[in-house]
Write a protein that binds this ligand. Sequence first.
Ligand code: NDP
Length: 478
Amino acid sequence: MKVQNYINGNYQNPISNQWLNNYCPANGEIYGQTPNSSKEDVEAAFQVAKTAFQKWSKTTLEERSKILIKIAELIEINLDKLAEAESEDNGKPLSLAKSVDIPRAASNFRFFGHAITQFSSESHESSGQNAINYTLRQPIGVVGCISPWNLPLYLFTWKIAPAIAAGNCVVAKPSEVTPITAYLLGDICTKAGLPKGVLNIIHGKGSTTGQAIVEHPDIKAISFTGGSKTGAQIAKIAAPLFKKLSLELGGKNPNIIFADCDYHAMLETTLRSSFSNQGQICLSGSRIFIEEALYNRFKTDFVKKTKALKVGHPRETNTVIGALVSKPHLEKVLSNIEIGKKEGTVLCGGNKITVKNYENGYYLEPTIIEISTNDCKINQEEIFGPVVTLMPFKNENEALELANNVTYGLSATLWTNNLKRTMRITHQLKAGMVWVNTWMHRDLRTPFGGVKASGIGREGGFEALRFFTESKNVCIKY
Ligand code: NDP
């Protein structure tokens, strides 16, 4: 499959005619080419987006809403095709792409299609001074959206939908590692009646195409999801250009388990929060802390259940864990496991797996490493693979200290039935999102994002619409 850029509603080759190979994680084979776009492609996309903005920013909310909801419907109609493409491109189980990734991409458009009709701004009466202030929230102009490979269409649309709902035009770049569903989205947008130039999708490397978007002097806002190092680099470039910046970055999230929790619900959810999507979710609970009284029971059951997880080809219906996204990423995760072997004890997994007939695929056993200190590399640095650590704790204070003692602060999960403890701990956890007795339970109206090295700004609900608009106060004296 040859992916093309989507500019001004048309598919086209990159100006330089340079291409990158696209690999299928399930078998390690090259199965397509992706544009290696240059600064010139980004400029071409910017110019048409700038022109489109003149009209798009003045459309009625109902018109925008109708188009966004139509895009959602077309994603749903194409669910099978998109899920197959996502699974083939990313290595994730087809069942996961069908049940989570693609439905969520549709929900993103439907949600913001409705949200924009409910969005409002403030007014402030200056009492006793015969003046009233009202705040306009106006679209910014042309904005840049850059997304990663782990939840490709899901995260790509999570940015694009609020950006266009708010009246902006977009230059967007998906990860070069997983370009296919973003490519397919172009056609869906055309069919839904999205005017030409409102959304432009440019493919290529982060260091060139992505950076050209960030460096563009007239792209006034950047919404980025990816690694913390890349986020820092983007911030360095964007800050002196005074761009609005939303950075959704890495995580090293604690999963704190108290002995009084609902054991079976906790065990099943912890399996998911550890290994779902091959552990390649920014919200994965990769540091598991268990109260001493429950430690041995949990360790025995968790290891047993993890060993039973079926690693296999993403298309096989009984596959729970598919392939990792790329060979370099598999090697990075394996090198972290080698560090883990020195820092702790591997309780299960740790090895590459050969799947029959797909010997060159990027498969890895789900891995559990027992550690005795939080102060080690595998508990401090994001691995972003099917690797978790286990460590016991004595009491609430120790659990909190372990949870917060890390540079990241994206999410945290807490398992307990003690209400007072829940209130104490949730208030003190240094994280942007906390789940209690659940994990990755998402309500799209809620603020989404992290603290510390996990980023700045919030996505979701009206927070996203605020990010993608500029507020302007108008003060009228009467
Ligand atoms: P990267 O930071 O490597 O890349 C993310 C995106 O940025 C890709 O599209 C990439 O392009 C692009 N990019 C890379 N370098 C630059 C640059 N200098 N300027 C502009 N764009 C650039 O992250 P990964 O794709 O490896 O994704 C994994 C990371 O994303 C993990 O750390 C994970 O925690 C984080 N993440 C955070 C989430 C959150 O909501 N907080 C959600 C999901 C993931 P290319 O791929 O083509 O190089």
